[in-house]
Design a protein around this ligand. Structure first.
Ligand code: PMP
Length: 426
């Protein structure tokens, strides 16, 4: 029994799916202690959009440390924070005509979601919040209340009374527009749904199975919010920072949400850092009303300021388009080659999901892929969707190699399945 099995809590998770000891990482590749290399199609669940240890950010961090730059500063002013804010304003906000105040929350995504929910309730003076089926917003108590999957929830821990769940786009099939139901529930004061302070949504439900909201549905939800004095919170934790091709995932739908939650790839180096963007009129916090010790990760600021260089040109957007196309072409081939495994594929930019016909087959493919040197995770409430989330900067050859390994894994699973069927029939 190794130290992890002996000492680390049973709650550990990814260490079980990828049971090796990782030693080094670079770009889209990880190397374990035995020297075996793995292509990373998981990218820290979206925290490594720019890959592992990107050189420019690494050098900026090394310089900062060598010069005794301030590492911890609560939320006091530092040069690192000044530079990040200036760059964020210049590179992200101004070109998009967005006027957000920036709140530095605790370092995890859930911390920022908590701040968003609390602020929305404070601003509107209402307790209810609407969230969607299959939503994932984190696992601290407030965020958990808006997370749909019962795997993470238990009536013993939290009450659900302050959150109403409504079907997400596509939940009732392609022909049913769930925004119609949402509007009715909100405008009919006999619907049983209290007027919410906010509606919180992901434009692409990543953990929920790579479910993609249409542009029109998003625009209708935004309109319902506007017409009914409800704040719109977009949780861009997993699919923000370029995953869909634009910096914010909601840009293509032309939304200007009241609150935006960013985390994961905002620091660019996988360092803990989260932000809540607040439309200026909603920034009604009293000084220090929502505070915490770790709200100024200066190393995060240093890397994040450097990461924003990617957004001064269209390079990354073009890269996402090209690699996204490569990915979808391969997935379509997989659908043709493995009709017994894959039911359908869906995605956008550099987030794609392959929905399997059976959970066991999906899990078997992920395991076999890992055995061949590919890190890939499953998602969806049944964990039957293989999720493709490589670093955005992955090169064509590495992406192709990862996809080859996956093809081999699927061939292997099909072979075993066929053998098992033959064995059962004799
Ligand atoms: N929201 C979304 C959309 C997420 O994908 C995640 C993390 N998977 C979270 C919130 C929670 O972030 P964290 O795990 O850092 O608390």
């Amino acid at each position: 029994m190794n130290i992890f099995q002996r000492r680390e809590s049973e709650v550990r998770s990814y260490i079980r799916s990828f049971p090796v000891l990782f030693e080094k990482a670079r770009g889209a590749t990880l190397i374990d202690r035995e020297g075996q290399e793995y292509i990373d199609f998981f990218a820290g669940a979206g925290a490594l959009n720019y890959g592992h240890n990107p050189e420019a950010m690494k050098q900026a961090l090394i310089r900062y440390l060598q010069e005794d730059g301030v590492a911890h500063s609560l939320d006091m002013a530092t040069e690192a924070k000044e530079r990040f804010l200036e760059r964020f304003e210049q590179v992200i906000l101004k070109p998009r005509g967005l006027d957000y105040k920036v709140q530095f929350t605790g370092p995890t995504g859930a911390n920022a979601v908590e701040a968003a929910l609390k602020l929305a309730r404070r601003v509107k003076g209402r307790r209810n919040v609407i969230a969607f089926t299959n939503a994932y917003h984190g696992l601290s108590m407030g965020a958990l209340a808006t997370t749909a999957n019962s795997h993470y929830r238990n009536e013993a821990w939290i009450q659900r009374q302050d959150v109403s769940f409504v079907p997400y786009d596509g939940y009732l099939g392609a022909d049913v527009d769930t925004a119609v139901l949402l509007r009715k529930l909100i405008t009919d004061r006999s619907s049983g749904v209290d007027l919410p302070a906010a509606i919180i949504l992901e434009t692409v439900q990543a953990e929920g199975g790579v479910n993609i909201a249409s542009r029109r549905w998003l625009q209708t939800v935004a309109e319902i919010c506007r017409e009914n004095d409800i704040l719109l919170i977009v949780d861009d934790i997993q699919v923000g920072c370029g995953r869909t091709g634009t910096f914010f995932s909601f840009e293509s739908a032309g939304l200007k949400p009241d609150l935006v939650v960013l985390s994961k790839s905002i620091s660019g180096y996988g360092l803990p850092m989260s932000l809540l963007l607040i439309r200026t009129e909603h920034d009604q916090w009293k000084p220090g009303e929502h505070t915490g010790t770790f709200r100024g990760n200066n190393l995060g600021f240093v890397a994040a300021a450097e990461a924003l260089r990617h957004w001064e040109t269209t390079e990354l957007t073009a890269q996402v388009a090209a690699r996204g196309q490569q990915l979808v072409t391969a997935l379509q081939e997989f659908v043709r080659e493995f009709p017994g495994l894959i039911a359908k594929v869906r995605g956008t930019g550099m987030i794609w999901g392959a929905e399997f016909k059976e959970t066991a087959l999906c899990q078997a493919v992920a395991r076999q892929a890992f055995a061949r040197g590919l890190i890939i995770e499953t998602c969806g409430s049944e964990r039957n969707v293989l999720k493709f989330l490589p670093p955005l900067v992955i090169d064509a050859a590495t992406l192709a190699l990862g996809l080859d390994r996956l093809r081999e894994a699927m061939r292997d699973v099909v072979k075993r399945e066929t053998a098992a069927q033959v064995a059962r029939s004799v």
